[in-house]
Design a binder for this molecule. Structure first.
Ligand code: FPP
Length: 253
């Protein structure tokens, strides 16, 4: 039986799907084997988010830094992404999922870009789960692009520097119409954000889980949401609830 989650469902969950390589190597297999299993988990977690009623799910599928991996692994990852888009397009559409891809599209292989364009167009008017795939993505690069766009507006006399605020910056990001993530999950036990959503995660709750991505199930996602629900989000304000305070101090970090 699946875990009951009640009504406090995070609107936007972001996931760093880490640990595919280690998962495969532990079994004496090539790293690509881990990515293949990882792709099946993508399908399961997307479906689970639809059932739970999550509005946005962002998956960090390929970072700008991932281009430095061996060509064989990069090719295999784009093949997997293309296969996923090709084989899932009609189910995603049937399930009312809207697919949005962010990242440096100009670096992505042409065949994969064609599929991205096709699936984005096919699902454009869907209003169920919004599935954001970050492909060839870098948080720093998108901020650099944003700065360039703002600077151009200023240079053209269309924007006064005094008027630049959070809203202006956000309007120049590819996530302009996407709410900030409520919850970031990183699998594999690593505890860092690796250039993902640097601007957007200012008040995101982080959860680092010791499970490698190819083992992460729909039930693990529900458990992660339960942990999120037990967090006390203050957004820099003060707590209005009477939460217990730990006695003394922790002896060890
Ligand atoms: C990180 O694990 C994972 C990736 C760089 C790729 C993620 C891709 C997939 C899960 C498959 C395709 C995606 C979709 C959306 C269909 P790692 O290789 O860095 O693992 P390691 O830290 O153990 O080496």
């Amino acid at each position: 039986m699946s875990i009951y989650l009640g009504s406090d469902i995070p609107k936007h969950i972001a996931i760093i799907m880490d640990g595919n390589g280690r998962w495969a190597q532990k079994q004496g297999m090539a790293r690509v084997f881990g990515h293949q299993h990882g792709a099946t988990r993508v399908k399961e977690v997307v479906e689970e988010c639809g059932h739970i009623g999550v509005d946005f799910l962002s998956l960090y599928a390929f970072s700008e830094e991932n281009w430095s991996r061996p060509k064989e692994e990069v090719d295999a990852l784009f093949l997997l992404l293309s296969n996923y888009l090709r084989s899932e397009a009609s189910d995603l559409h049937k399930n009312n999922v809207k697919v949005i891809v962010i990242g440096q599209r100009e670096r992505i292989p042409t065949e994969c870009v064609k599929l991205i364009d096709y699936v984005e167009e096919l699902t454009r008017n869907n209003d169920g789960l919004k599935l954001v795939l970050a492909i060839s993505y870098s948080g720093r690069s998108e901020l650099v692009e944003c700065c360039k766009s703002v600077a151009e507006r200023v240079a053209q006399g269309l924007l006064s520097p005094d008027l630049i605020d959070h809203n202006v910056i956000e309007s120049f990001l590819p996530t302009a119409d996407i709410p900030d993530p409520d919850l970031l999950i990183r699998t594999s036990g690593e505890q860092r954000i690796s250039n993902f959503f640097l601007w957007q995660m200012a008040y995101t709750e982080f959860l680092f889980v010791p499970i490698c991505w190819p083992d992460f199930s729909g039930n693990d996602l529900r458990q992660a949401i339960q942990k999120y629900q037990a967090r006390n989000r203050k957004f820099g304000g003060i707590n209005t609830e009477n939460l217990p305070v730990k006695e003394g101090r922790e002896d060890t970090l």
